[in-house]
Design a protein around this ligand. Structure first.
Ligand code: GDP
Ligand code: ZN
Length: 461
């Protein structure tokens, strides 16, 4: 079935792009262009007419993109029409009138995948590229889309196939024990090195996923220390509600920020204290949950209060506990990263530098003093922890799960080999690993490649 869709954004615009893919592309374009099919891959100016009523619909630039050397691999056409809503509607209605169907979400890419134009990781990279909000996200998505992950996964795949081929060989030569044994033994180091490589890939601190989703930052502290004010100051707008009354911010409020290309999602939380009302207790519960799930916690204290309370011990890692409150004890972000932020330094007397420990960041959410230093600290943390998105290995939970499965199957193989497990069972473990890696790219078929590799093999000769 030939499909069409508005490929540019919705709403009024100078130009709108309507894309067509499928066998009827040529015929449809021919009719729209009044019998003057443009030369392939060259943009041409045409008056578009309704294929049956002949009514003029628009003047447009059109592209005729015959398959398979294009995005989907099928015949395609693109219409660059005037971006008014009525123009787009008229042209799309005309396409429906001649039997074309509106594409489902992702259907062009799905067809591209079906025609071998890209693998699953490259398709995901394309989706991420379209959704990328910041420079680092763009970089990571583009690397993935242009095959960086696919190359890595296929390299793993080849190592695994080598191991599989040895095991298959040992099964084939089961009548000749020393050949069978010899072949089987060759499989073990291949499986071992791959298992180690997968292990390393999994121990990446979730950098790809975090960059893709945004680095989550929770601002926590007692009521009235200035958490909401900081969020507003960073967001540059009134995103959170600021009141004098302690305990005002009950819900978790989110703001997305682009700092030097790094995507951050800041969450303002309810003040953490022994809450009076049930509503406030619920706020505290959510604040603690947000803090625990965060990649970084900004633990905020009011620097204008004389009572400093629990001053952090010298050299204590990742900041300091909050002064004398339940907050410091209760919050342990799973990432373990906590920055101490001392607010209200505009008030007299300002806290002596270093009085909250060497790592503390001194700010005024009101005058914006110190905000640049705070942003710089966040960016430094991000680049040290997550890199710059150039060589992604894992960017989705799906990847992590499949790599985890492949690794577990390899470990089962290695354990079995050590325990003298039957080669048939060993082969089964490897096949399981291959299935997991195959699902990663969606393109790797065990039977296909195994036949090919095994055909090139000569064991015992
Ligand atoms: P939250 O409960 O921690 O979210 O605190 P808010 O952001 O609601 O602020 C509580 C009060 O402290 C408000 O009256 C703010 O205007 C005030 N405040 C926040 N930050 C500063 C600051 O840096 N300097 C001064 N002088 N007042 C501030
Ligand atoms: Zn607040």
């Amino acid at each position: 079935m030939t499909i069409y869709a508005l490929s540019s954004g919705p709403g009024r615009a100078g130009i709108a792009v309507i894309r067509i893919s499928g066998r009827a592309s040529r015929k449809t374009l021919y009719a729209l262009c009044n019998g003057r099919l443009p030369a392939p891959r060259v943009s041409s100016f045409r008056r578009l007419r309704h294929p049956t009523s002949r009514e003029m619909l628009d003047e447009a630039m059109v592209l005729w993109l015959p398959g398979p050397a294009n995005f989907t691999g099928e015949d395609m056409a693109e219409l660059y029409v005037h971006g008014g809503r009525a123009v787009v509607t008229a042209v799309m209605n005309a396409l429906a009138d001649v039997g074309l169907r509106l594409a489902e979400p992702g259907e062009f890419t799905r067809r591209a995948f079906g025609n071998g134009k890209l693998d699953l990781t490259e398709a995901e990279g394309l989706a991420d590229l379209i959704n990328a909000d910041t420079e680092i996200q763009r970089r990571q998505a583009l690397a993935q889309h242009s095959g960086a992950m696919r190359a890595r996964y296929e390299k793993w795949w080849r190592t695994l196939l080598k191991a599989m081929a040895y095991v298959e060989a040992s099964l084939d030569f089961s009548d000749e024990a020393d050949i069978a044994d010899g072949a089987f033994k060759e499989a073990v180091p291949e499986a071992r090195s791959l298992a180690a490589e997968l292990e390393r890939a999994l121990a990446d601190g979730r950098r790809g996923e975090i960059l893709r989703e945004g680095i989550s930052v929770a601002i926590v502290g007692e009521p009235n220390v200035g958490k909401s004010s900081l969020l507003n100051a960073l967001a540059g707008r009134e995103a959170a509600i600021v009141y004098d009354e302690p305990g005002t911010t009950r819900d978790v409020i989110e703001v997305s920020l682009d700092l030097d290309g790094y995507p951050f999602v800041l969450r303002d939380t309810a003040g953490i204290r022994e809450a009076a009302s049930p509503v406030e207790q619920e706020g505290v519960r959510r604040a603690l949950a947000a803090a625990e799930a965060a990649d970084v916690v900004l633990a905020m204290v009011d620097g204008s209060c004389g009572d400093v309370g629990a001053v952090p011990a010298e050299g204590e890692a990742g900041g300091a506990p909050l002064r004398g409150s339940i907050a410091g004890a209760a919050i342990t972000p799973s990432s373990g990263v906590k920055l101490l932020v001392v607010n209200k330094v505009d008030l007299a007397p300002p806290p002596a530098p270093g009085s909250f420990g060497p790592e503390a960041i001194y700010i005024s959410a009101k005058t914006c003093l110190g905000l640049d230093a705070l942003k710089a600290a966040l960016v430094r943390f991000a680049s040290e922890s997550y890199g710059s998105g150039e060589a992604p290995t894992i960017t989705r939970v799906r990847h992590r799960q499949e790599i985890g499965r492949a690794r577990a199957a390899l470990v089962a193989f290695l354990d079995g080999a050590e325990a003298g497990e039957a080669p048939e069972l060993a082969a089964e473990h490897l096949r399981e690993a291959a299935d997991a890696l195959g699902r990663l790219t969606g393109r790797l078929d065990v039977e296909d490649v195994l036949g090919q590799i095994f055909g090139e093999f000569c064991v015992g000769k």
